[in-house]
Write a protein that binds this ligand. Structure first.
Ligand SMILES: [Zn+2]
Length: 141
């Protein structure tokens, strides 16, 4: 049973691979939200040995499905009135913009004259979790 630690309303991002919490914090831009955020590193896990957990208090305004792109083992626990009302893995979004970056040096997004162009990837193979850059088709892994 997950200890929601006095969280009245919010979300607990559980089963993050140990050491992965800061990367997720950055991807979700959590420094920009007003909610209180707690990061628990190296929590004991029966399934994983060690894991990280992020707890966000209050109404959730960030798109958490983005996490499916980064780590498929993550579990989201949505909490309302001190109870888990919804639990599950994030769902792979069909399209992600400015979350992951194209690393192809010949891609238009790498061109200095095209700075500011959004880095957009499309889910081309949900089973294998493959995203491709919409400009150059470079695979993100
Ligand atoms: Zn590209």
């Amino acid at each position: 049973m997950l200890n929601i630690g006095g969280l009245h309303e919010g979300v607990v991002i559980d089963h993050i691979k140990a050491g992965g919490a800061m990367e997720i914090y950055r991807y979700l831009n959590l420094e920009k939200i007003d909610s209180s955020v707690a990061i628990i590193k190296n929590a004991k896990s029966n399934k994983m040995g060690k894991k990280d957990i992020i707890k966000i208090e209050g109404p959730i305004t960030v798109d958490l499905d983005i996490l499916a792109v980064l780590d498929s083992n993550i579990t989201l626990n949505f909490i309302e009135n001190d109870k888990i009302v919804k639990k599950g893995h994030p769902i792979l979004p069909a399209k992600v913009t400015n979350v992951i970056k194209c690393k192809n040096p010949r891609c238009v997004t790498s061109s200095p004259t095209e700075r500011g162009l959004p880095h957009t990837f499309k889910l081309t193979d949900a089973h294998n979790r493959i995203y491709r850059c919409i400009y150059c088709e470079q695979k993100f892994k």
